[in-house]
Write a protein that binds this ligand. Structure first.
Ligand code: T4K
Length: 370
């Protein structure tokens, strides 16, 4: 039987993509903000309803650039969560900031807003919450805290492209939001990412920062790197954007099939979805409680792996327990994130995952405790 991996990149029809890139053989303009880049950027701004989108070669560098663009003093503290991919914490550290870890909610794994204020010091400059798995953070509470304490808010929305909260696209919240368009995401540009923001003053700065800090032909204003999205990736984005709504509808059907098998089973906890959101069905995380289910996350992971099914332990270990941060942070200070990281398993999810495959995965999960 074929292996089933945690996800499978969505791709447009081959001819549609070839048609989209065929111009490039005439223009020979392959990167450095060409026509595909401009078209894709405009399409995103209009779909999201945000004044500005800056495109990047990946989500990680987008996050590093927006932190850098905010001009925080080196050594400033940024409140964030450790229940995330390496990128979130690394982006803060690589930008010369200090991550201060806040624990998460046990139901949707986003930042526990009741614990933010006790972490604020005179060095705190920003909150960097993660819309993990596409679950929306408590946006209103975060905005209130940020306003009261004069903090900036940068969302890691890597998983949340196309999610809506109370009818508004998630890219419209905070001072800025970062999306990842990596091959494994609901919407991909092969590799890619974006920052959404409203502040007109950031447009030129982000443009410069992602292009070596070059401001004009004879002027280099920042010590920037190279983080531009190329034309082939932008063309992939233009094509995939046409099919995004269909992709999300199919993921919804797969997700509902999983829920029909796994909801209400003792020892299995599914994600609680905020009723004010329209989901993008990015991931299907499941918690296993050994006491009640009989077997733990690793037992289920191994059982699936033995049967050619590649579930993933997103996000284990949590970032404040990484080897590279040894002796710097203490994961026991975020006990809920620590516990959930030991219980969580992300099941395979993609648009054309068949009902037969979902049924087989769920049967294997049920039989883990037999
Ligand atoms: N913030 C958060 C919260 C994030 O989760 C991420 C990235 C970022 C920031 C940074 O965004 P980017 O700089 O990546 O744009 C993957 C992705 O590489 C990463 O983008 C993602 N988060 C993270 C959660 O997952 P891996 O190491 O687990 O991927 P990999 O190569 O094992 O692939 C997983 C599965 O996807 C494969 O088993 C099969 C499928 N796949 C993979 C690739 C590469 C495809 O179908 N096509 C492909 O091309 O990190």
């Amino acid at each position: 039987m074929d292996k089933i991996l945690v996800t499978k990149s969505s791709m447009p029809n081959k001819d549609e993509y070839l048609d989209e890139i065929s111009d490039l053989w005439n223009t020979h303009w392959l990167t450095n903000m060409g026509t595909k880049h401009k078209q894709f950027q405009t399409e995103l701004e209009s779909r999201i309803g945000v004044p500005h989108v800056a495109l990047y070669c990946n989500g990680h560098l987008a996050l590093e650039n927006i932190i850098e663009a905010m001009d925080f003093p080196k050594g400033s503290e940024i409140i964030t969560t450790p229940f995330t991919f390496a990128s979130t914490t690394h982006a803060i550290v690589r930008s010369g900031m200090v991550p201060v870890f806040c624990d998460i909610n046990p139901d949707d794994y986003t930042i526990d807003v009741s614990k933010i204020e006790s972490l604020i010091t005179d060095k705190t400059v920003a909150i960097l919450p993660v819309h993990v798995y596409g679950n929306i953070c408590d946006i209103e509470a975060i905005e209130t805290i940020a306003k009261q304490h004069g903090l900036r808010v940068i969302y890691d929305a890597a998983h949340a492209f196309a999610v809506k909260y109370k009818g508004v696209d998630v890219g419209c919240f905070g001072d800025a939001s970062m999306f990842s368009f990596h091959a494994t995401k609901v919407f991909n540009t092969i590799e890619g990412g974006a920052v959404c923001f409203r502040d007109d003053n950031l447009v030129q700065k982000l443009n410069d920062l992602k292009n070596f800090g070059i401001h004009g032909p004879e002027s280099v204003e920042y010590v920037g790197g190279n983080a531009k999205m190329n034309e082939f990736c932008a063309a992939m984005g233009i094509c995939n954007l046409r099919h995004l709504d269909d992709e999300i509808s199919k993921r919804k059907i797969v997700t509902e099939r999983y829920r029909s098998h796994l909801e209400g089973i003792s020892g299995i906890k599914l994600c609680v979805v905020n009723p004010d959101t329209v989901s993008n069905y990015a991931y299907f995380p499941v918690q296993f409680d050994k006491e009640e289910f009989g077997y733990d996350r690793d037992d289920v992971f191994n059982k699936l792996a033995d049967n050619g099914i590649g579930a993933r332990k997103y996000f284990y270990p949590i970032t404040n327990s990484y080897d590279c941060y040894k002796d710097k942070f203490d994961a026991t200070e975020t006990p809920i994130a620590l516990e959930i990281s030991r219980r969580i398993l992300t099941l395979p999810l993609y648009a054309d995952l068949s009902f037969d495959d979902v049924d087989r995965i769920c049967e294997l999960i049920h039989s883990s405790n037999k």
